[in-house]
Design a protein around this ligand. Structure first.
Ligand SMILES: [Zn+2]
Ligand SMILES: [Zn+2]
Length: 69
């Protein structure tokens, strides 16, 4: 699959790495950022120290939209 942003720029030499968790478009290493998010697990009062985090690919368009206020 082709990265959506690359097709917009007319590039064909990039390798897609995954799908943006926000917009669902396929994206490449140049146009995506890997973000880590904590998985909220409330199982009573005890919070384990090493809570698991998940990895998500987010395209730069969505990332900018999320971080610009
Ligand atoms: Zn790209
Ligand atoms: Zn996106």
């Amino acid at each position: 699959m082709m990265c959506y942003d690359c097709t917009e720029e007319g590039r064909t030499d990039t390798v897609g790495i995954g799908i943006c968790a926000r917009c669902g478009l396929f994206t490449c290493r140049d146009h995506a950022q890997i973000v880590r998010e904590q998985v909220e697990q409330f199982t009573g009062l005890a919070r384990p120290a090493g809570r698991p985090s998940v990895r998500r690919a987010v395209c730069t368009t969505c990332r900018v939209a999320e971080t610009t206020h």
